[in-house]
Design a binder for this molecule. Structure first.
Ligand code: SAM
Ligand code: SF4
Length: 331
């Protein structure tokens, strides 16, 4: 039985924090143009990266503070050989009800059986195009065929809740809406069309490629006048299905809408910093406490301090674009 936390994490603005995204690495095997420059370098040396035991301790302490949902992300989380073990450890904690993974899917053939065996609940699979040449252009790697095979394999398992993350960009992949929507006919998955966010070295979002949620909505309506509204998650601001389809379609207005009042999450970077808002550059580091064996109570106090500093509305209080790649914090 799971324990009810005595003193859950609540911030100054009465928002409960029950969701953590852990970037298990900031390395990646792709170079998506809106996320990383070709020469993107690791921010940290190996020694300052969290090891498996430290991640397990972090999950245990957060679960004791009321966190019930964990998502592993990156960088590319499947670059960590111990990813299935991390999933298994999260699943062993009875307070953690949902364990998810966000991945580009390139290495999924290697890990899928172990991830299923470990009890993974959900995968967000990032794929922005269904065309090999475009995939190469967007990700700077000619890996479409393997990724596509892995997606097919994943859709065939039926064991894991699947969402497709599609960053929609003007004149790059905006003509592929219906190809993605086609997946929802036979598969009970969610296809999520996402706005570009301003976190990339190249500032692609300033080059006319940005497609706002209103425009995405317009394109979707033009293709499918018969869309029916359904409930989605908090960030799936607009959610729909189509008659006869098993899955759903969502639009994520990550830039144009403000979800701050419902924000229930914190992020942990691969070098052990607590980030309480996408628009915070720096976070409190867990490493000194973890590496001096200061104990769970000290870690819990650090989480409370961090959460007490969570801004009410980070986007408006941020003076500049604060991040040069989403890979530091995992989206
Ligand atoms: N490598 C994994 C992947 O791509 O799924 C996990 C990390 S990636 C940073 C997580 C998500 O962030 C992906 O769906 C990716 O498309 C999205 N992302 C990265 N940079 C973005 C940006 N500038 N704007 C919008 N979404 C972005
Ligand atoms: Fe890698 Fe994911 Fe960033 Fe693409 S979006 S470069 S796959 S971390």
């Amino acid at each position: 039985m799971s324990k009810t936390p005595q003193n859950p994490l609540v911030d100054t603005f009465h928002r409960s924090v029950d969701y953590v995204r852990i970037a298990v690495t900031s390395q990646c095997n792709l170079r998506c143009s809106y996320c990383m420059s070709e020469g993107h370098e690791e921010r940290s040396d190996r020694f300052s990266l969290l090891n498996k035991e430290e991640m397990i301790t972090i999950m245990k302490v957060l679960a004791s503070l009321g966190v019930t949902k964990v998502r592993f992300t990156g960088g590319e989380p499947l670059l960590r050989q111990d990813i299935a073990e991390l999933v298994g450890e999260a699943k062993k904690n009875s307070s953690i009800k949902n364990v998810g993974l966000t991945t580009n899917g390139l290495l999924l053939d290697r890990f899928l059986p172990d991830l299923i065996a470990a009890g993974l609940d959900a995968i967000n699979f990032s794929i922005d195009t269904l065309d090999r040449r475009r995939y190469h252009a967007i990700t700077r790697r000619d890996e479409y065929l393997r990724v596509q095979k892995n997606l097919d394999k994943l859709l065939g398992t039926g064991h894991i809740a699947v969402k497709l993350n599609v960053v929609l960009m003007r004149d790059i992949n905006s003509d592929e809406i219906s190809r993605f929507v086609d997946f929802t006919k036979d598969h009970a998955i969610t296809v999520r069309f996402m706005e570009l966010q301003p976190f990339d070295d190249n500032q692609i979002w300033r080059t006319g490629r940005f497609l706002g949620a209103d425009k995405i909505q317009e394109l979707l309506n033009a293709h499918y006048p018969e869309l029916q509204s359904v409930n989605g998650s908090a960030t799936e601001y607009f959610s729909y299905t189509l008659p006869g389809h098993n899955g759903s379609i969502a639009i994520i207005p990550a830039f144009t809408r403000n979800f701050c009042s419902q924000c229930n999450k914190i992020r942990i970077t691969s070098d052990g910093k607590i980030i309480t808002c996408l628009y915070n550059k720096e976070g409190l580091s867990l490493l000194p406490l973890l590496r001096s064996n200061s104990g769970d109570q000290a870690l819990a106090n650090l989480f409370r301090t961090a959460v007490s500093q969570k801004p009410e509305d980070g986007k408006h209080s941020a003076k500049n674009a604060v991040r040069t790649s989403m890979s530091e914090i995992g989206g």
